[in-house]
Write a protein that binds this ligand. Structure first.
Ligand SMILES: Cc1ncc(COP(=O)(O)O)c(C=O)c1O
Length: 494
């Protein structure tokens, strides 16, 4: 690292002095200071060239430079601050000043580790080819050969008869509720520990959500809580029209007991597998156990179409009806004729091309995310206070997101402290989903906790954190997340 003193140039120096100093130090930057040593501005080759071009001789004084305010950081700034400033102003280097405004350090962009994000798109080798075909054949529409092929290929992957490609996972959940005739005055049970997109379509249909807690072994819907909820609903003559079971963070819910309960009351399941494409439950594809299953291809998912969704069912008529509803419910007539409400929910042929390319690498993406989880599990096992999200023995999780729990019995460290610490070092971690029964929008909704006196999802929300899990993370990225987390975990232990 260069001694910052070599970069200091006094405002009384000449252009020639500065050029020679720039040449000698080879950093491409100098710091102009006043007699008190206080920072005035940065000087680059370009600044000196512009001075010469504006008619100043080589012996001219540097105080002819404009008094522009160069960007700088104070000595308390973090890597994150440096990265953000560099991104915002497209800078390659920034001076750091002490509390008397004297330069103490030069930070180069190359010294700042790239940011590590939670889960970013990971494009493979084939997507562009399918997208190019869509352009070449002018199939730039919410129908076309890529849509048909993507549906066929995903149905084959999942081992279901057929699938309907839609504009989003949320659209797929909405259509699932429409297909099950959910309407005003109906109740729909839904996992509480999920993203709001699982529950919003209940409101689109004017129905009433009832939230069901998770169980601790999979973090997914608790059969115990569901049983209580169904029993009570039955006694009140208010059984739900559907139960939305969510498979969280790449792991299937324990479908057998959930299905047995729903079957015994004659209530269909909508399986929200937005986060669990590629996972299995008892050797069968996750998302294929409900009456209707849905997937998401949002940009952060294990494979993406930038935005998109899929609806599957064992009954091909349901899927055909979903295609009909998703294209404005157009009756088979020579003119535009409509007998029921329709939606514009079909996937575009261009995006289906991305999906086809992504599907080819799904198994690789699953392996990469599982490897990340394995690395976190191994390295964090050295901290007594940290437990990873468990993998239930009945299936294979994709570990779409790796999450850890900070055991409150063993540490006072809170999720926010860990998240903030990682953020300061340019690493994105997030709180786990805030349960739906704690959301202001659902403050009046009924809720069934796992135990009468213990809510698993409240506990997880208070103590768990999602770590970066993208399949395009490098080995160094994973090591960095572990090391930077270790800084605060170790401190906590000390
Ligand atoms: C559990 C869950 N359900 C539904 C969705 C909605 O999917 P989309 O974003 O494709 O609408 C998501 C993700 O976004 C999700 O995580």
């Amino acid at each position: 690292m260069i001694d910052v003193k070599e970069l200091l140039v006094n405002e009384t120096a000449t252009l020639k002095d500065a050029l020679m100093q720039l040449d000698k130090t080879g950093q491409g930057i100098l710091f102009l200071i006043n007699v008190k040593g206080e920072f005035i501005r940065t000087i680059t080759d370009g600044d000196l060239r512009r001075l010469i071009l504006s008619g100043h001789g080589i012996e001219s004084n540097l105080n002819h430079l404009s008094k522009q305010q160069s960007k700088f950081l104070t000595h308390t700034a973090t890597e994150k601050d440096a990265f953000q400033l560099m991104q915002k102003y497209e800078l390659d280097h920034i001076p750091v000043l002490d509390n008397q405004n004297r330069p103490i350090r030069l930070i180069h962009r190359r010294e700042i580790p790239q940011s590590i994000l939670l889960s970013t798109p990971h494009i493979g080798d084939f997507e562009q080819q399918y997208v190019a075909e869509a352009f070449a054949t002018n199939w730039i529409a919410p129908l076309g050969p890529n849509v048909d092929a993507f549906e066929r290929e995903i149905a084959e992957y999942l081992n279901v008869p057929t699938a309907a490609a839609l504009s989003s996972g949320t659209a797929a959940i909405h259509l699932a509720l429409v297909l099950l005739n959910v309407g005003p005055n109906d109740r729909v049970f839904c996992s509480s520990f999920t993203f709001v997109a699982s529950a919003n379509p209940i409101l689109y249909q004017g129905a009433t959500p009832v939230f069901i807690d998770s169980e601790p072994t999979s973090w997914n819907m608790s059969p115990k809580a569901l049983e209580r909820a169904l029993k009570e609903a039955d006694a009140e003559g208010q059984l739900p029209k559907a139960v939305i079971v969510v498979n969280l963070y790449g792991q299937s819910a324990d479908m057998d007991p959930l299905k047995a309960l729903c079957d015994s009351y004659g209530v269909p399941i909508v399986e929200d597998a937005a986060e669990s494409l590629g996972a299995t439950y008892k050797n069968k594809a996750s998302g294929t156990f409900g009456h209707i299953g849905i997937y998401s291809f949002n940009g952060n998912k294990i494979i993406t179409t930038s935005g998109g969704g899929m609806l599957v069912a064992q009954d091909p008529e349901i899927v055909e009806r979903a295609r009909f509803l998703s294209t404005q419910s157009r009756d088979p007539a020579p003119h535009y004729q409509h007998s029921c409400v329709g939606y514009n929910y079909r996937m575009s042929n261009v995006l289906a091309g991305i999906g086809r390319g992504q599907l080819k690498v799904l198994d690789e993406r699953v392996k990469a995310r599982r490897d990340i989880y394995a690395a976190y599990t191994k390295e964090f096992s050295e901290y007594d206070s940290v437990n990873m999200m468990p993998e239930a023995s009945y299936g294979r999780s994709t570990h779409w997101l790796s999450a850890l729990i900070l055991d409150p019995e063993k540490t006072d460290l809170k999720p926010k402290q860990l998240i903030d610490h990682l953020f300061q070092r340019n690493i994105e971690a997030r709180h786990v989903w805030k349960p739906m029964h704690l959301q202001p929008i659902f403050s009046n909704a009924q809720y069934y906790s796992h135990e009468l006196d213990f809510s698993v999802s409240d506990y997880l929300f208070n103590h768990a954190v999602c770590l970066p899990s993208g399949s395009n993370m490098t080995a160094q990225d994973i090591t960095r997340v572990i090391a930077v987390s270790g800084e605060i975990l170790t401190k906590e232990l000390a």
